[in-house]
Design a protein around this ligand. Structure first.
Ligand SMILES: [Zn+2]
Length: 70
């Protein structure tokens, strides 16, 4: 079995929630982080992840509230 390296996927960065393509040669992006965040110090990245998770939760909560109001 040979895995195709060239097959690009659209992925969402877990730290900044940006959409990026993966894998790109010479890019330091990983499965869960875009190139920018992959280069951040791990402590900064994990803080960003927590904040992004929180924002995602709050966003879906607000969306639910707004849809319930109509
Ligand atoms: Zn990112």
């Amino acid at each position: 079995m040979s895995e195709q390296e060239d097959e690009l996927e659209d992925r969402v960065c877990r730290a900044c929630h940006q959409t990026y393509r993966y894998p790109i040669r010479k890019s330091s992006a990983t499965r869960s982080h875009c190139e920018t965040c992959a280069n951040l110090p791990p402590s900064v990245r994990s803080t960003l992840e927590k904040l992004t998770k929180r924002v995602t939760q709050l966003t879906s909560r607000v969306e639910k509230l707004e849809s319930g109001r109509q």
